[in-house]
Design a protein around this ligand. Structure first.
Ligand code: ATP
Length: 358
């Protein structure tokens, strides 16, 4: 695909629906501004009902925004119908044509565009090779596994050579193992083709593993945008820290601060933290501790009592009371450390430079 890649820009987009129960209008998407760079894989992630699908459907043209503008490259596309937009959607339900074989399913979009027969033949065969479905051209769709149907759905979208691929929870109907295989396949194909991809999911590990950038949504609004690492290590809100991975939250008092690092006291301990430029002495803050960033030891920053100690194979899982707060710990290196049992006192050991503060 040698077409110029295009990015997608949303400017102050809102979508208002009527709540069928109350009859009142509400914002399914509210004042959303996004800039999706050409050739990147971007995921819309958030809990059910946060407005991910509505956002995607507005980009595809299946819904029109009540406010704001959508651009594909430099072109405003609000007024264009879905088939006039340079986008293609891969649906959760695959949306394959049941009485057509694999070849005809993939060729369909090219036939309605009235391309010459030889070109259709060549493009379909090339795409089937790309999605590893060569040799399956004459199979009917009901003779395919879920994963194979998903590959055909992907081929159908890719064959029309859109500038942007849109995915609406494409792997939800597959079993857990196949989901992992297919998400890697989708990412590989996207990188090979170099196409811009916008992907909706509520599965955080899927989003983390597949994306250049994740857009976290909550209640119709964007909560945070960043690379998977930025989102995981530098959540800007409790909502994001809690939604992505596991997190312990500890209330902290800022004792002193110098515009870079701060001395904080937490649950009976006092220590210095970096990453806290906005701290002001006297304020309260929330310390975010990832369970895998903590281990138990004889010495450490915070003392507590073990309330649960479970061997999980890859790690030892602890729960611990530090003051009146329950902390979860996943110790991935228990072979080199002593195992603490329920009722024992221990210290939480973590790198204060690595903690994040909200
Ligand atoms: P899920 O993960 O469950 O698919 P989502 O984040 O994709 O959720 P949307 O489908 O975008 O959420 O829906 C956002 C909100 O708008 C929800 O409260 C939903 O019930 C509502 N909604 C979606 N479509 C309509 C519609 N056609 N009419 C009225 N309300 C709608």
């Amino acid at each position: 695909m040698d077409k110029q890649k295009k990015g997608v820009r949303l400017e102050h987009i809102s979508k208002i629906y009527k709540d069928p129960k109350t009859g009142k209008d509400f914002y399914a998407v509210q004042d959303t501004t996004l800039d999706i760079e050409p050739g990147t894989f971007v995921t819309l992630l958030g809990p059910s009902g946060c407005g991910k699908t509505t956002t995607l459907r507005m980009i595809a043209g299946f819904e029109s925004p009540d406010e704001g503008d959508i651009y594909l490259g430099d072109e405003a596309i609000n007024a264009l119908t879905p088939n006039k937009r340079d986008t293609a959607m891969v649906f959760q339900s695959y949306a394959l044509l049941p009485h057509y074989n694999v070849f005809d399913n993939v060729a369909y979009g090219l036939k309605i565009r009235k391309l010459p027969k030889e070109e259709i033949q060549e493009r379909v065969m090339n795409i089937l090779k790309l999605v590893e479905m060569e040799g399956m051209e004459s199979r009917m769709t009901n003779q395919l596994s879920g994963g194979q149907q998903q590959r055909v759905a992907l081929a159908r979208a890719l064959v029309i050579e859109p500038s942007v691929l849109l995915f609406d929870e494409p792997l939800s109907n597959l079993d857990a193992k196949l989901r992992v295989t297919m998400r890697t396949e989708i990412r590989k194909i996207q990188q090979k083709v170099g196409i811009t991809a916008i992907y909706v999911t509520h599965d955080q590990s899927e989003a983390m593993s597949i994306s250049d950038k994740i857009i976290i949504m909550s209640k119709g609004k964007v909560e945070q945008i960043g690379t998977p690492r930025e989102i995981y290590y530098h959540p800007t809100s409790k909502f994001v820290a809690d939604f992505i991975g596991e997190a312990n939250f500890l209330e902290a008092q800022v004792r002193s601060a110098d515009g870079e690092k701060a001395m904080i006291s937490v649950a009976g301990g006092e220590f210095e933290v970096n990453n806290f430029a906005h701290a002001k002495a006297g304020e309260t803050a929330t310390l975010v501790l990832r369970p895998e960033g903590v281990s138990l030891s004889e010495k450490g920053l915070l003392e507590g009592t073990v309330t649960l100690s479970t061997f999980m194979g890859a790690y030892q899982y602890y729960q611990m009371m530090v003051g009146d707060i329950e902390i979860q710990i996943t110790d991935y290196n228990p072979v080199n450390r002593r195992i603490y049992e329920v009722g024992e006192k221990a210290y939480l050991d973590f790198d204060p430079k690595g903690v994040y503060i909200l």
